[in-house]
Design a protein around this ligand. Structure first.
Ligand code: HEC
Length: 284
């Protein structure tokens, strides 16, 4: 099984080939309609052949990658559907383009490249949601864009005391470090860490945050292990939390894992005041 998973992960590498090739084909089919660039046509069968083959290879590897089993949710289904359609269309057009009668289908190839460009963009969009979470792209975007994917307005803070303990403090830390594997579409161990509800719901092994109890909070245990430990989070050598961020999460759990209200309502020991101030970039 390991070898299948190994091959499957090559999906994220190989997928860039059909993307690059279709962009080149779109430009080629468009330009070569003009007399001046007609000579580009000579490269078209080769590129279409490469497009068809790499698109199929990407989808085959995609199915192997899917067999790892941690992908579920709407984006996963849509990514799979559009990816498969893309490969089927690409392979079909490639066959016409490299075939003997390519000349008789000539008017077809430019529109086909447009259709494929659109299909591959949709596929890539859902794939991006899977690997980074749907909020990744717009985390730092202007608020109207953030609202579109349901991200709450960040408060314009003038002091740490005004900050909401989850929305402004803990939520962004977890999103930055954990959402690649614990989002609505890719939920390792059924755990979603992009929302307060998800954090408090927990994962397969039960609650990961027990308000007021740092000992029983699996999330805190996972981020506090030695980074070489198999259970350390974030997994797979992803950038770990800083000691300061760990202290903040420990304090947040001890103080009742609050969402709503302000840091000013809570008891904050002096070392933590400093940590919070550094993390949020405003004075306490
Ligand atoms: C690269 C992927 C990846 C990243 C990033 C990641 N995790 Fe995980 N996480 C996993 C995998 C895989 C599992 C299941 C295997 C295991 O339990 O170790 C898991 C399991 C967990 C569990 C156990 C859930 C349960 O109920 O069994 C917790 C808690 C957890 N992760 C917390 C975090 C936190 C906190 C972060 C961010 C600091 C994070 N993870 C980032 C991949 C990741």
């Amino acid at each position: 099984m390991d070898f299948i998973f190994f091959l499957g992960r090559l999906h994220v590498l190989v997928l860039h080939l059909p993307i690059g090739i279709i962009v080149a084909l779109f430009a080629l089919e468009w330009l070569s309609r003009k007399e001046k660039y007609r000579y580009l046509q000579a490269a078209a069968p080769f590129l279409w052949g490469a497009m068809g083959l790499t698109a199929i290879a990407t989808v085959v590897l995609g199915y192997l990658h899917f067999s790892e089993g941690s992908f579920s949710g709407l984006s996963g289904d849509q990514h799979r559907f559009f990816g498969t359609v893309t490969a089927v269309v690409a392979a079909g057009v490639a066959l016409l383009r490299v075939g003997k009668f390519a000349d008789s289908y000539k008017p077809l190839f430019f529109p086909a490249s447009v259709v494929l460009l659109v299909l591959i963009s949709i596929t890539g969009h859902y794939g991006g949601n899977l690997t980074h979470g749907s909020t990744y792209l717009v985390e730092y975007a202007p608020q109207p864009l953030r609202s579109l994917v349901g991200l709450e307005a960040k408060h314009k803070l003038t002091s740490v005391k005004e900050a909401d303990p989850f929305v402004d403090v803990v939520g962004p830390i977890l999103r930055a470090h954990c959402q690649g594997c614990h989002n609505e579409d890719k939920k390792e161990n059924s755990l979603v860490l992009t929302t307060y509800a998800g954090v408090m719901r927990g994962g397969e092994s039960g609650k990961v945050v027990v308000a007021g109890n740092t000992e029983l909070s699996e999330l805190l245990r996972r981020i506090s292990l030695d980074p070489s430990d198999d259970e350390f989070m974030p997994a797979e050598g992803k950038p770990p939390l800083s000691a300061q961020q760990r202290d903040i999460i420990r304090w947040w759990i001890a103080a009742g894992a609050k969402n709503g209200g302000t840091v000013g309502d809570l008891e904050v020991p002096p070392e933590l005041q400093k940590a919070l101030s550094a993390e949020l970039g405003v004075s306490f």
